[in-house]
Design a protein around this ligand. Structure first.
Ligand code: SF4
Ligand code: SF4
Ligand SMILES: [Zn+2]
Length: 263
């Protein structure tokens, strides 16, 4: 297997995986959505709330705010020595104390651990009006997306077959396929049909259908996939991908252990 990076930023990645089984590509997608642990607020102690929102609505909003995750300092509650009751190894708190008139943002949540803060400080929580107050403590824990969407680190993770577009010699540059292509990646340049960005092709094959003389061919490259992923901010995109791969390796090890006991 090899990997070609097309795009890599803090929150997004796009790359081509070559010589790989589709089951492994899909496994990677699934672990990033459902198995890589992330930190999220699990419950909220509301001490004062005179805003227009119910306590539950505020707790729901806070629960969905992505938190930067530090897997070196925290463990999943079920793996913790405290047995999941709550200690400094498996949870931390974020405090909020505000009075209106003021818009309250995620950045107003003050974390007890400077390494675990909100991933984006500009997420609105509530607009407090004159004399309205909100005082709370939010308790965050590690969890996985399979249990609740608030622990889903990967968003928009998906893949498609790698397309290869061939323009044959018979092409008379009539331009009919250019008008048909929904991705606008076919152009006539100097009386010649050209493909501007084959990675954008969605393999709809409308160009093949409209060409009367079969002068264009679109195929999927076997075992080659364009993978697109985005992190919710709890991890940099590259780290999330590494965590996803590590999770697959760990799970394969678990399966091996189980099978060796069966023999
Ligand atoms: S591939 Fe077919 S439809 Fe497209 S420009 Fe060439 S001849 Fe026309
Ligand atoms: S398969 Fe669809 S998206 Fe790809 S080049 Fe043809 S018309 Fe465009
Ligand atoms: Zn603990």
């Amino acid at each position: 297997m090899d990997i070609d990076i097309i795009e890599l930023s803090d929150t997004k990645a796009r790359f081509v995986l070559n010589d790989i089984e589709p089951a492994i590509v899909n496994g990677l997608r699934r672990v990033m959505l459902a198995e890589v642990p992330t930190m999220a607020v699990d419950y909220v102690n509301i001490y004062d709330n005179t805003s227009v929102l119910f306590d539950e609505q505020i707790a729901l909003r806070i629960g969905l705010i992505p938190l930067i995750t530090d897997l070196e300092s925290y463990v999943l509650p079920e793996d913790c020595d405290c047995g999941g009751e709550g200690c400094t190894m498996c949870q931390l708190s974020l405090n909020l104390s505000a009075e209106g008139p003021k818009m309250i943002y995620s950045g107003d949540l003050l974390s007890s651990d400077p390494k675990v803060t909100v991933a984006d400080g500009k997420i609105p929580i509530i607009d407090l009006k004159e004399r309205q107050t909100l005082v709370l403590e939010a308790v965050a824990k590690l969890g996985i997306g399979r249990k609740h969407a608030k622990w889903q680190a990967g968003v928009g993770c998906g893949y498609k077959n790698m397309p290869v577009i061939t323009v044959k010699e018979e092409c008379d540059s009539c331009g009919r396929c250019v008008d048909e292509c929904p991705r606008n990646i076919l152009v006539i340049n100097d009386d010649k049909l050209e493909v501007t960005d084959s990675l954008k092709c969605n393999l709809c094959k409308l160009c093949m259908g409209i060409c009367d003389i079969n002068a264009i061919d679109v195929r999927e490259v076997p075992n080659s996939y364009i993978f697109t992923m985005e992190s919710d901010g709890s991890y940099p995109a590259k780290e999330l991908l590494i965590q996803g791969a590590d999770t697959i390796i760990w799970k394969a090890g678990q399966l091996k252990e189980i099978l060796s006991e069966v023999e």
